[in-house]
Design a protein around this ligand. Structure first.
Ligand SMILES: [Zn+2]
Length: 468
């Protein structure tokens, strides 16, 4: 079996089918009974299912949210999970994001890299094996979701009625193999005691705002202060702080209030240490001031539990796993008003083996007396498939048989679609040197990489699911 040769034979047909899929604007839209995620996602799903029907394959549509194309026969099911919804196009495109063009060996269109190209690659890997007369030794389902970019209602609805495959992969990330993904949580730390008793000479913290998303390191922060005496000393102290830390910042006096502004450096919430959290840096400055009781409580709480807490030490939730690394904590949202008090929006990620539920319970108790509580907890469990699992090893070998790259399977702090599968890993379709244009303007995929990914999927599926 020469996977590369087989894929070459189907190249033109594959690109044509991909272009048809890319022309469908499958951004999540207005919900109707017939199309719960809007017309676009429904149309893209049905387009895929029709590609299966043309091959006389069994297909199933689950409420226009998800579906599958089934190859082969048998009791066991192997699953491949892709998605055909896309994020909004955004601005600044060189060409129409839903009129694909081919330029310098690349296909340009929204969704070509995430995840329509890889999904078509997986479909063609299966279709080629089928058309070329190979026999699957089990059922192999290409499962197609339409809500990956938002709420994953697709896979939720799908697995309510459909069997969980015994193993599988998702072509929605990168090569070689991602075999572990950290657990992901968000929660708010909310100030419960607001004490507006005002002492002469105190600086009153009126408001504080930084960040809008749990999973991003905020790059700006602002504080509004009511300074009744000696404003110039506070300004001097702020200027000194800026000089000493090397941060960018500014101040202005507006209707008698002193507004402080500080810039940091944005980064993804899974790697908070790679950014500079503007909110935490500005809080560090506020710890130097004599604030009113409520403001002081907020700032002291930050000093005790929020600042320098990248690994969850201050939460007493630090934990490390040999392969997956340590707990990470990003404080992505920080708000304070004199009326409502303070609130910290936290994104904590943890490796397999860590008991988040009891961790957060003990923390909740620990901060009770500080006048803070934990609210709005969300938690997605960590996901892990052993590195020595035959699934991981076979995928890795299939990849290496077509790419000169000896990297091992690895784990990440983020999440991929693969965590939906009980024994599933992420497998492609970005290569080591691929420019990641997912979710960006001028999203593109090299045709050579589309062919190579298809070749690797074909190789892997041949080894995993075909009897000769
Ligand atoms: Zn995706």
């Amino acid at each position: 079996m020469d996977a590369k040769l087989l894929v070459e034979k189907y190249k033109d047909q594959m690109i044509e089918d991909l272009i048809g899929l890319l022309k469908i604007n499958s951004v999540k839209g207005e919900s109707t009974n017939e199309a719960p995620l809007g017309q676009g996602p429904k149309e893209a799903l049905n387009y895929m299912l029709e590609l299966g029907q043309k091959e006389n394959l069994t297909t199933k549509n689950i409420e226009n949210l998800a579906g599958h194309i089934e190859f082969g026969q048998g009791d066991k099911i192997f699953g491949i999970l892709g998605h055909v919804d896309v994020v909004p196009a955004g601005n600044g495109w060189t060409s129409d994001p839903f009129e694909p063009i081919i330029k310098n060996g690349n296909i340009y269109a929204r969704g070509v890299q995430d995840d329509k190209g890889p999904t078509i690659a997986a479909f063609y890997a299966l279709k080629i094996l089928e058309n070329e007369g190979y026999h699957f030794n089990q059922r192999v389902r290409l499962i197609i979701g339409t809500d990956e970019e938002s709420d994953w209602t697709c896979t939720k609805a799908y697995f309510e009625s459909e069997e969980m495959p015994h193993a599988g992969f998702s072509p929605d990330a990168e090569f070689p193999v991602i075999h572990g993904e950290k657990g992901m949580t968000t929660f708010n730390l909310v100030q419960t005691k607001i004490d507006n008793e005002f002492i002469d000479g105190d600086i009153q913290l009126k408001a504080f705002v930084s960040g809008e998303r749990y999973n991003m390191v905020p790059d700006t922060a602002e504080a509004k202060l009511n300074v009744l005496t000696n404003m110039s000393a506070v300004i001097q102290s702020f200027e000194g702080f800026i000089r000493k830390t090397g941060h960018k910042g500014s101040y202005e006096i507006d209707r008698g209030f002193l507004n402080l502004q500080l810039n940091g450096q944005s980064a993804h919430g899974s790697t908070p240490e790679e950014g500079v959290n503007a909110g935490l840096e500005l809080l560090k400055f506020l710890t130097l001031l004599e604030l009113d009781p409520s403001g002081r409580k907020f700032v002291n709480f930050a000093a005790d539990y929020i600042i320098d807490n990248f690994k969850g030490e201050q939460f007493k939730m630090n934990y490390a796993h040999e392969e997956m690394g340590e707990v990470s904590v990003n404080t992505g949202i920080i708000n304070y008003t004199e009326v409502d008090g303070g609130e910290f929006g936290v994104n904590l990620r943890y490796p397999i083996g860590f008991d988040f539920d009891s961790g957060i319970e003990q923390y909740k108790e620990a901060i009770q007396d500080e006048g803070f509580t934990v609210e709005d907890v969300t938690n997605q469990d960590a996901h892990y498939v052993d590195k020595n699992d035959p699934l991981v090893q076979t995928l890795l070998e299939s990849y290496r048989s077509h790419v000169d790259d000896e990297r091992e399977a690895f784990t990440i702090g983020g999440g991929t679609y693969a965590r939906t599968l009980e024994r599933g890993v992420a497998f492609g379709a970005m290569f080591k040197d691929t420019e990641d244009s997912m979710h960006q303007k001028d999203e593109h995929m090299a045709i050579d990489e589309l062919l190579l990914a298809t070749t690797i999927y074909l190789e892997a599926l041949y080894r995993l699911t075909v009897n000769e």
